[in-house]
Design a protein around this ligand. Structure first.
Ligand code: NFS
Length: 671
C-alpha cells in the first residue's frame, strides 16, 4: 500500500505535529498516522453492514436483498450497530458523571482528602433546580443531598431523570409524546443491549427510537451531571490565559502530561505540582520544577479552570512522547491509545494508569482513590521526578499559541451584561438583527483518517467569515486554539463585520472554548437559555444553530450527536458514515440514513447527517441557519448590512493624519 502513505504535511496541518512525525520517521517509529496509512479500513464493517451479534456470523450483507443467517436485514443490522455504539458512548460519558457524583458525596462528608466545594453559588443554583432546600443550610449538607439525588439518577428505573426539567417546556413535551423521556442511563443502556441481542427488536425505526432515549439519558442525565459537579468541585470556568501545542513542554522541567477525561485526579495533580515539597523534590533532581500539561479532554478540564497548558489533542498523545521530554504520561479513562506503552519503551517516558477501570499491559498502575487523592497525586509526581535522570535526547517543537478558554454558560451570561444585568439578551438581539447570522458548535475528535485538525479549522474559519459565532469543545477546541482563533484580537480580520462588532463590543474571541466533550451539555444549557430569553422561538429546534463534528471517530461522539438531535439540533458529522451502506447497493441500504435524518427531523426537529466534504458542511450549515432565520421571520442575512465594525473604523481613522480625520468623519472637507 506504498501509494497510500501520506507525507507529514498531509497527515497533519499542525507544524508541531509535522515536526514530530518527521522525527518518528527518522527514528523508524510508527504512529496512529502511519498505522492509518497501513491499515485499509473494512468497507463492510465501516458502512455498518456486518453483524457479529451471534456466532452464526459474522454476516456480511454485501449483496442487494441479502440477509443474515437469522434473516436480519441490512437496515436492522445498521440500526443495531448504531444503537450499540451510542450506548457505549453514553456509558463512557455517564460513568464519568457517576464517579463525579460519588466524589461529591465523599467531599460533602469530609472523606475526600484535598478536595473542597469550590463553587458554592453553583451548588446552590443546581440544588434549587430540584427543590433541595438551600436556605440556612451549610454547603456540605446541600452537597450531600445533591450527591444523593444525582447518584440515584443513574439507576432510576421509572420516571424521568431529574435534569430534563432544565430543557425548554416544549422540548419536554415532544419527548413525552414520542415516548423517549429518558429514565436512568443504566436502564436505557441495558435496554439497548437487550433489544439488540439476537432475536429481539428488529424494526429499525423502533430500535432508533430507543437510541434517542439512550442518548438523552446521557446528555440530559450523566453528562450534564458530570459538568455540574465538576464546576461545583473545581470551580465554574471563567476566562483565563492559556497556551496550546507541544511547545508548552519545557526542557528544564520535569514534564508530566495528564491525559484522559476525568478532572478529579488531574485537578489534584495541578495542586500537588505547585506544592513546595514537590518543587523542592524536583529541584533536587536537577530540574527547575514540575511542568504540567494536558492531552485530550483532561487538558480541557484544567485549561478551562486553571489555564494549565494543553500539549495537544487526541492525535498528539504519541507525538508528546516523541519529544523525549515527557517523564510521565498519567492517564485515566477514554481516548488513550494502547500504542503509548510500546512507544514509551523507546524513550524514558513512564505511562501511569490510574483508573480502577483501565489497565494497559506494560504500564505502571497507581490506582487513584479520591479519599487520599493528594497523597496519590504526589506519589505520581515523585515517580515522574525520579525518572528525570533517565531522559535522553530531547526535541520539543517550538510551537505554542495563546488562547483564552473558560466560556462556561454562566460566564457567557455574565459577559453579555455584567453582574447587574447578566443575560442572553444581547446575543439573541444580535442574532435577530443579523449581526450574528447564527451559532455553530464545532466539536469532537481527531481522526487519523483525515488530515489532523484541518477539517475543524477549515470549517470554523469559513463560518466565521459568514458571521457565525462558534462555540467549541473537545479536541476541536484544541485544534482551533493552536491556530490562534481563541484570542480576543487574533483572527478578527477574518471574521464577518457583524460578528466582529459583537466580539469587539463584548471583548470575546470569535471562537469560544466551552470545555471538554462532557461539557457539550453547556451548549444544551446555552441553547435552552437562548429560548428562555425570548425572540428566537420557544424551542431549541427554532434557533439558527448547527452542531458539527468534522473529524469524529469515537462512540461518545455518536451519543453526543444523537442527544443534540433529540434536543432539536441539526448535527453534521464529517468523515464516513457508520450507516452508509455500499455505494453500489441502491435498493435498500439507505433506510437507516433516512431515518436518522428526515425521520428524526419529523419527530424531533433535529437531524443527523454525515457529510465528508468540508465545503458541503459549511453550505449545509449556512442553509440551515438561513432556513431557521426565515422561519422565525428574522431579516435575511446580509453581509454588507453593517459595513465595517466600529473598531475597524476607528483604527482606520487613527491611521489617518490628524488633519484628514475630520473629513473622514464628516464626509466633506473642513476648512
Ligand atoms: Ni471527545 Fe475527549 Fe477528543 Fe474525541 Fe476523545 S478526547 S471526550 S472523544 S478524541 S473529542
Amino acid at each position: 500500500m506504498a501509494d497510500k502513505k501520506r507525507t507529514p504535511q498531509q497527515q497533519s496541518m499542525d507544524p508541531a505535529a509535522q515536526e514530530m512525525l518527521i522525527r518518528a520517521e527518522e527514528l523508524g517509529i510508527g504512529t496512529a498516522f502511519t498505522r492509518a496509512d497501513d491499515m485499509v479500513p473494512c468497507n463492510i464493517g465501516g458502512a455498518g453492514m456486518c453483524c457479529k451479534i451471534c456466532s452464526m456470523g459474522p454476516c456480511r450483507l454485501t449483496k442487494d436483498g441479502q440477509t443474515g443467517v437469522c434473516g436480519a436485514t441490512i437496515d436492522t443490522i445498521q440500526a443495531r450497530n448504531l444503537i450499540r455504539a451510542i450506548a457505549a458512548g453514553a456509558a463512557a460519558h455517564s460513568d464519568h458523571g457517576r464517579d463525579m457524583a460519588f466524589t461529591l458525596k465523599a467531599v460533602a462528608n469530609g472523606e475526600a482528602e484535598g478536595y473542597t466545594l469550590k463553587d458554592i453559588a453553583k451548588l446552590r443554583t443546581v440544588a434549587s433546580h430540584y427543590d433541595i432546600n438551600i436556605e440556612g443550610r451549610p454547603p456540605e449538607e446541600i452537597a450531600n443531598d445533591l450527591a444523593d439525588l444525582y447518584i440515584a439518577q443513574f439507576g432510576q428505573q421509572k420516571g424521568v431523570v431529574a435534569p430534563t426539567i432544565r430543557a425548554p417546556k416544549k422540548r419536554q413535551l415532544i419527548w413525552e409524546e414520542q415516548g423517549v423521556m429518558p429514565r436512568g442511563v443504566d436502564r436505557e443502556i441495558v435496554e439497548s443491549l437487550h433489544r439488540t441481542h439476537i432475536g429481539d427488536d428488529q424494526e429499525p425505526e423502533h430500535i432508533l427510537q430507543h437510541a434517542i432515549r439512550t442518548a438523552l439519558s446521557d446528555g440530559w442525565g450523566g453528562s450534564l451531571i458530570a459538568t455540574d459537579i465538576s464546576d461545583i468541585l473545581f470551580g465554574t470556568p471563567a476566562p483565563v490565559l492559556g497556551q496550546a501545542n507541544l511547545g508548552v513542554l519545557k526542557k528544564d522541567y520535569v514534564n508530566v502530561v495528564v491525559h484522559g477525561h476525568e478532572p478529579t485526579l488531574s485537578q489534584m495533580i495541578v495542586a500537588a505540582s505547585q506544592a513546595p515539597d514537590i518543587i523542592e523534590y524536583a529541584q533536587k533532581a536537577g530540574a527547575k520544577g514540575v511542568n504540567l500539561s494536558g492531552i485530550c479532554c483532561t487538558a480541557n478540564e484544567i485549561l478551562m479552570r486553571q489555564g494549565i497548558p494543553a500539549a495537544g489533542n487526541f492525535l498528539q498523545q504519541e507525538l508528546a512522547i516523541l519529544t523525549g521530554a515527557v517523564e510521565a504520561m498519567v492517564v485515566d479513562v477514554q481516548c488513550i491509545m494502547q500504542a503509548l506503552v510500546n512507544l514509551a519503551t523507546k524513550f524514558h517516558t513512564e505511562i501511569i494508569t490510574t483508573s480502577k477501570k483501565v489497565k494497559i499491559t506494560g504500564a505502571t498502575h497507581i490506582e487513584f482513590d479520591e479519599h487520599k487523592a493528594l497523597t496519590i497525586a504526589k506519589d505520581i509526581l515523585k515517580h515522574a521526578i525520579d525518572n528525570y535522570k533517565n531522559r535522553g535526547e530531547v526535541q520539543i517543537p517550538d510551537y505554542r499559541s495563546d488562547l483564552i478558554p473558560g466560556f462556561s454558560h454562566e460566564y457567557i451570561n455574565y459577559m453579555l451584561g455584567g453582574s447587574y444585568r447578566a443575560s442572553f439578551r444581547p446575543l439573541n438581539d444580535a442574532i435577530m438583527a443579523g449581526r450574528i447570522r447564527g451559532v455553530a458548535a464545532v466539536v469532537g475528535c481527531n481522526n487519523a483518517r483525515s488530515q489532523h485538525d484541518h477539517l475543524h479549522t477549515y470549517v470554523t474559519r469559513e463560518l466565521l467569515k459568514q458571521d457565525v459565532l462558534i462555540v467549541e469543545t473537545g479536541c476541536s477546541a484544541i485544534a482551533c486554539a493552536k491556530e490562534g482563533l481563541m484570542l480576543g484580537e487574533a483572527g478578527l480580520e477574518q471574521v464577518g463585520a457583524g460578528l466582529r462588532e459583537i466580539c469587539e463590543t463584548v471583548g470575546i474571541p470569535p471562537v469560544l472554548h466551552m470545555g471538554s466533550c462532557v461539557d457539550n451539555t453547556r451548549i444544551l444549557t446555552v441553547l435552552s437559555q437562548m429560548v428562555a430569553e425570548g425572540g428566537l422561538g420557544d424551542d431549541i429546534d427554532q434557533i439558527p444553530a448547527v452542531g458539527l463534528a468534522p473529524e469524529w471517530m469515537s462512540e461518545k461522539a455518536l451519543s453526543i450527536g444523537t442527544y443534540c438531535v433529540a434536543s432539536g439540533a441539526y448535527v453534521i458529522f464529517g468523515g464516513s458514515s457508520p450507516v452508509s451502506g455500499m455505494p453500489d447497493r441502491v435498493s435498500d441500504s439507505d433506510i437507516v440514513s433516512r431515518l436518522i435524518s428526515q425521520g428524526w427531523e419529523d419527530k424531533f426537529g433535529g437531524k443527523l447527517e454525515f457529510i465528508p466534504d468540508p465545503d458541503e458542511m459549511v453550505k449545509a450549515t449556512l442553509a440551515h441557519i438561513d432556513k431557521k432565520r426565515a422561519a422565525l421571520g428574522l431579516p435575511e442575512y446580509d453581509p454588507n448590512r453593517f459595513g465595517r465594525s466600529g473598531d475597524a473604523h476607528i483604527r482606520e481613522l487613527e491611521a489617518l493624519p490628524l488633519e484628514n480625520r475630520r473629513e473622514a468623519i464628516y464626509g466633506t472637507a473642513v476648512e
